[in-house]
Design a protein around this ligand. Structure first.
Ligand SMILES: Cc1cc2nc3c(=O)[nH]c(=O)nc-3n(C[C@H](O)[C@H](O)[C@H](O)COP(=O)(O)OP(=O)(O)OC[C@H]3O[C@@H](n4cnc5c(N)ncnc54)[C@H](O)[C@@H]3O)c2cc1C
Length: 566
């Protein structure tokens, strides 16, 4: 018997290789049925000095920065695809006087884009998935909060509908106008206001790109932004707050409802709510900022964010494991929580089909030599490399010994770690590369998490809509991956083309399934345009009534992000 060495061959044999080898021999000796042999397990701690964190920014981010789209074909107009949605005639149509008024507010050239050259508006009118397309004829890009306030006040007086936009990476059509709403992009509000490197409190404009904020606090005190996601090279700090994005660090740092300390918001009547506080504790009245976290541009435009950032861990480790079944994924998760404890910073899973799709889309070295039904990516991060590595060693050794894991690899340098992460983070883009993707991000009890993927595949196959090989079928396959640590499944239905028939097969089926398991129809991406009609699957009538009341109090004319949310 020989150990098959994987691609991640360390320069010299390490202690852990030895341990894995012994464990493997023991397994094989004691269990003649055991066919699977760990491809290769290598291990080395990454220190801050290795530059690991910096290089963990990889291709999807760069793609997004250059405005790569998920699908090749430009989208159809949202108003044509969803022809039951009609333009509300209460909203005024834009006039040349309005444009002149906005020019006077903005002054600076480049802060206003009209339809003089129609293609200049494409970026702002189309979403990343290329599922939605708006018909806005005007994009405004103010540079100060006061300009935002003047614009919104005027729009309110004139009944002009507005679609707030951040980095335009949202996945539910929330950042794209449905008809001719004016797009208010906060991308020119992009300054760091202050950073306190004792408390870790960052105050910045809403349009600062997430990755830039993270870089800034790293360089000015070795802190880390308490949220990370694949679109970090394009999405804004204000955008992630407006959607209450979850992402890859939620397991460790919790949700933005905990880390955001204050906001500056322009209300629909043009008033500025300044609550850019620095306090972790403040029990004086309703916590108003919470209303805007996850409000998706419906009751105010976020112009400033105050957020508490944790110290950046000094040591990171990434491992990628092959697992036999979803049941085993849960067992590995339980074990990881117990044994890795405070150093566990990410626990992601993906099914075999996710990896197969990704394989046909990217050229990075494959993490494991053989294919498995499920894969798990585990990241640990902490302040003491030796301590963390000892924990990971012990965890992986016993996971192999207990046969929870069939195969695995641990990166030995930053580029291997980056590669391992890319197999997880390139899934969204890969699943859309065949033509498009219907995306559902749902919360489900852990035991039921994967059953949705099976149910959807069965339904699509029964309807004769799905085939991996037959190109005449609209659907390639449904795949599942996500943040197991947060009970969050990403169900992606990879399609060759968007069709009504497929959408009808999926909706409301997916939402009914989630509701029957007491889950949420949106774990992260929000409601936007896509889920406006499905909020009832996750919220009670009373809750919906209160949400509508709030919208009416703050935006009685309904000028902010109409046709969406609720
Ligand atoms: C490749 C990829 C990976 C992703 N991974 C994750 C993930 O792991 N977890 C996750 O939660 N999400 C993920 N997302 C989606 C996520 O919602 C967005 O990336 C991000 O949160 C939106 O930020 P944005 O600046 O692009 O906002 P936009 O897309 O521009 O807007 C999103 C919504 O917020 C509103 N909005 C934006 N800015 C403001 C503002 N300043 N004031 C008021 N309203 C505003 C818009 O009107 C819209 O309704 C991913 C997206 C992509 C493309």
């Amino acid at each position: 018997m020989t150990i098959k060495k994987g691609r991640f061959n360390p320069r010299k044999p390490l202690y852990f290789v030895y341990i894995a080898f012994i464990v493997m021999i023991k397994n094989i000796a004691s269990n003649p049925q055991l066919k699977k042999i760990p491809t290769f397990v290598a291990y080395r701690a990454f220190s801050k000095a290795s530059g690991f964190e910096k290089k963990l920014t990889y291709s999807i981010v760069n793609t997004a920065s250059k405005r790569g789209y998920a699908a090749k074909q430009p989208p159809k107009l949202t108003s044509e695809t969803y022809s039951y949605v009609k333009r509300d005639e209460k909203y005024k149509k834009l006039t040349t006087e309005d444009i002149e008024h906005f020019k006077n507010i903005l002054g600076k050239k480049g802060s206003l884009i009209t339809d003089e050259v129609a293609s200049d508006l494409d970026f702002y009118n189309e979403d990343w998935m290329r599922k939605y397309k708006g018909q806005s004829k005007l994009v405004l890009k103010p540079t100060t909060t006061e300009q935002v306030a003047q614009i919104i006040k005027y729009c309110n007086e004139q009944n002009l509908a507005v679609c707030p936009q951040g980095g335009n990476t949202g996945l539910v059509g929330g950042s794209i106008p449905v008809f001719d709403e004016i797009i208010l992009s906060v991308s020119n509000l992009n300054k760091i206001r202050s950073f306190d490197n004792v408390s870790g409190i960052l105050k910045c404009d809403a349009g600062v790109i997430l990755e830039s904020a993270d870089e800034y606090i790293k360089e000015n005190g070795n802190y880390i932004f308490p949220l990370d996601l694949g679109a970090k090279g394009s999405c804004h700090v204000g955008g992630v707050v407006a959607t209450n994005a979850g992402g890859l660090r939620l397991l460790r740092y919790g949700s933005l409802h905990g880390s955001v300390l204050g906001l500056e918001v322009v209300l629909p009547n043009g008033e500025i709510m300044n609550s850019m506080h620095s306090l972790r504790k403040d029990n004086t009245g309703y916590d108003l900022k919470q209303l805007f976290i996850g409000s998706e541009g419906t009751i105010g435009i976020i112009t400033g964010v105050s957020i508490l950032c944790p110290p950046r861990p000094n040591a990171f480790h990434v491992s990628f494991l092959g697992v036999e079944s979803y049941e085993m994924v849960q067992k590995v998760f339980q074990k990881a929580k117990n044994e890795l404890g405070e150093v566990l910073s990410a626990f992601e899973f993906m099914d075999g089909k996710s990896l197969q799709l990704t394989k046909s889309h990217i050229t990075s070295p494959e993490p494991l030599e053989e294919e498995y039904p499920f894969y798990v990516l585990i990241e640990t991060s902490g302040s003491n490399a030796e301590h963390d590595s000892a924990k990971l060693e012990a965890f992986l050794s016993s996971a192999f010994e207990e046969e929870l894991v069939l195969d695995g690899t641990v990166s030995t340098n930053e580029s291997e770690a980056k590669n391992l992460w890319s197999w997880r983070e390139m899934i969204p883009e890969s699943s859309a590369a065949g033509g498009g993707v219907y995306k559902y991000d749902v919360s489900l009890p852990l035991k039921d998490l994967y059953s949705l993927v099976d149910a959807v595949n069965e339904k699509l196959e029964a309807a004769g809509l799905s085939s991996v090989t037959d190109e005449s079928k609209p659907v390639i396959s449904a795949i599942g991956y996500g943040h197991v640590g947060d009970g969050n499944l990403h169900l992606n239905v990879a399609v060759r083309t968007y069709t009504k028939e497929v959408e009808k097969c999926l909706e409301p089926f997916v939402y009914e399934f989630v509701s029957s398991k007491k889950g949420s129809v949106s774990a992260e991406h929000g409601l936007g345009f896509q889920k406006k009609n499905y909020i009832g699957y996750s919220k009670s009538e009373q809750e919906i009534k209160m949400i509508k009341q709030l919208k009416n109090i703050y935006d009685p004319k309904g000028i902010l992000n109409p046709y969406k949310y609720v």
